[in-house]
Design a binder for this molecule. Structure first.
Ligand code: PAN
Ligand code: ZN
Length: 183
């Protein structure tokens, strides 16, 4: 394989190569705590929650996959727009998130019951260690744009999160951001 460049447009978070996916409320059924608010959002235009691009490379451990994500600002009820979140299928793979613009929270947890929430802001580089599920919430009024890199063989396990969710959620009231237990 030959080395190559890709270009990232930091205003939008789009990348010159790779497969861009859009996630709307309809793609995240049951993930927001306030189900009535989620239904309202669905009936009112099914807003875009986030978009992400992943470079197309062999999904092998010798390679490093990378991509950008743009989480749009907004809330479903009080809960901030967020990514679906996932474990890596190969649990023993980590990831690096580099935030370029906007303001967010990175929610992480393990199957052993450990949890951690980190702030994401321009210049923050967050390390997601192996075994930690991860989800990003936009707590600001601007798009939250970040870059991610992870081992090629990581794979994505969305099912575990779809079934049991994360143990906390991030809500915003006025300018106050709160992390609430999902009981
Ligand atoms: C990221 C995520 C991206 C979208 O590249 O895939 O932010 O979030 P979901 O995958 O949870 O929909 C990553 O963590 N890759 O491993
Ligand atoms: Zn990941």
């Amino acid at each position: 394989m030959q080395p190559f460049n890709v270009m990232i447009d930091w205003n939008s978070g789009t990348m010159s190569e790779g497969d861009r996916k859009t996630r709307r409320v309809s793609d995240m059924q049951g993930m927001y705590h306030n189900q009535a608010a989620a239904r309202d959002a669905l009936d009112n235009g099914d807003p875009k929650i986030y978009e992400y691009t992943t470079i197309q490379l062999p999904q092998e451990s010798d390679h490093v996959l990378f991509g950008t994500t743009t989480v749009f600002p907004g809330r479903i009820g009080s809960e901030c727009f967020m990514t679906k979140g996932h474990y890596h299928e190969q649990r023993a793979t980590g990831e690096v998130y580099v935030c370029f613009s906007g303001h967010g929270r990175l929610i992480m947890e393990t199957e052993d019951g450990a949890g951690k929430v980190l702030e994401m802001l321009p210049g923050s580089v967050s390390y997601v260690p192996p075994y930690w599920a991860h989800r990003v919430c936009n707590v600001g009024d601007e798009p939250l744009i970040f870059f991610a890199a992870f081992p090629g063989h990581a794979g994505h396990d969305y099912g575990s999160i779809e079934q049991s969710g994360f143990s906390v959620r991030v809500e915003r009231y006025g300018d106050e951001v709160v992390v609430v237990d999902n009981l």
